[in-house]
Design a protein around this ligand. Sequence first.
Ligand SMILES: NC(=O)c1ccc[n+]([C@@H]2O[C@H](COP(=O)([O-])OP(=O)(O)OC[C@H]3O[C@@H](n4cnc5c(N)ncnc54)[C@H](O)[C@@H]3O)[C@@H](O)[C@H]2O)c1
Length: 268
Amino acid sequence: MTGDGSGFAGGPVAGSGEFTGLAAVVTGGASGIGLATATLLAERGARVACLDLNAQHVPEPLLGLAADVTDDASVRAAIAAAHETFGGLDVLVNNAAVGAVGTIESDTDEQWHQVLDVNVVGIVRVTRAALPHLRASAHAAIVNIGSIAAWLGLPQRALYSASKGAVQALTLAMAADYVTAGIRVNCVNPGTADTPWVRRLLDAADDPAAELAALRARQPTGRLTTPREVAAAVAYLASPLSGSTTGSVLAVDGGMHGLRLPTQPGRA
Ligand SMILES: NC(=O)c1ccc[n+]([C@@H]2O[C@H](COP(=O)([O-])OP(=O)(O)OC[C@H]3O[C@@H](n4cnc5c(N)ncnc54)[C@H](O)[C@@H]3O)[C@@H](O)[C@H]2O)c1
């Protein structure tokens, strides 16, 4: 029971949007899913900083902060700048990541270290820097961005899939470590989303139109996921309204992970 009768630990959040009065950092917030998430959180009342290699492209009212998640000093400086600007930090979205196409035979040790450094250790660095501020928040939430690749065996995605499997497992471990500190940790696993990342992959394909058709067809909804749909899931998990949700993994993949459709119309 909460003393104010609102039903929400920490009491109600003043203002029109559920994030009013809260501050958020979104890594990789200059593009795609990160930018859509930062925009949605801002629309719902949050002050939002986008921590990115390309922070100069972040549109107002979002705050662009240049940082590389593989560089601990730049991460600490960016988190400190966000905290100083906003006077607190309540929500962290660990979204920055890079892709990798190949098998365990084609990818070098150097590639493994590089991709895991961004996709996994990057989350550790940013979260470690943010934790003192999150501990001080009454509405602390972390959302990590995983991938359908953590659940399904996809060809030519050994390194990327391993990194996203690690993100999913790390989410659960972090949720256990910080639940008593009042910090919730959840994960969103998108399917194929229509972002600059996927557009780059399509541009590099021999037949981009056929590749796009194949990507659409493998999701039961018959289309790519939109960045805004992933953002809505992140906002749900990050919201003070979701105070009892921690250690969960939410699929936003057009049914790709959970559904099996009949191969012939009308046949079960
Ligand atoms: N697009 C998809 O289909 C899809 C599917 C599943 C999961 N995801 C995940 O969603 C997240 C966002 O993907 P997206 O498609 O929007 O990608 P994107 O390439 O459009 O954006 C990624 C952003 O991360 C930034 N970034 C990369 N490395 C960084 C670093 N070292 N430090 C700071 N910033 C860095 C980039 O500058 C870029 O702005 C990633 O975690 C990705 O794995 C994407």
